[in-house]
Design a protein around this ligand. Structure first.
Ligand SMILES: [Zn+2]
Length: 125
């Protein structure tokens, strides 16, 4: 779409260009270019003080996108505290019963012991 915003040379307003068709009988013979604020008429398109548009914001290019996140490697996830028999979790903390300290589910540990299904049967059902 064509820019119609102008800074009027006559009244200084930050306004819009008004285009008025000029008819010669039924034939459109031209256009009048007017300031919609004060009505000042510009003699031609070249004389219209079109408002310069700000440069478009830089849009992320394909290259800026981060590569797809790698899926966890099986071997790497095997020693995670969350799968360890000594990993205790409650609504307030995650705790390692070997090291007696708070841990994260994603921590790993050399003393990892795979939790057995029995350990997960705290559920009353
Ligand atoms: Zn004006």
């Amino acid at each position: 779409m064509k820019t119609v915003e102008i800074i009027c040379r006559n009244c200084g307003a930050d306004t819009l260009l008004q285009r008025e068709a000029i008819y010669d009988g039924f034939t459109k013979s031209g256009e009048r270019l007017l300031c919609s604020a004060c009505g000042f008429e510009y003699e031609s398109e070249d004389a219209v003080p079109f408002k310069k548009k700000k440069a478009d914001p830089v849009i992320f290019t394909e290259a800026d996108r981060s590569a797809a996140v790698d899926v966890f490697d099986e071997a790497e996830s095997r020693n995670l505290c969350r799968y360890c028999a000594n990993y205790l979790i409650n609504p307030f903390t995650q705790f390692c019963s070997i090291h007696k300290k708070e841990v994260q589910a994603t921590d790993t540990c050399p003393q990892f012991k795979t939790a057995t299904p029995k350990d997960e049967s705290d559920c009353p059902i």
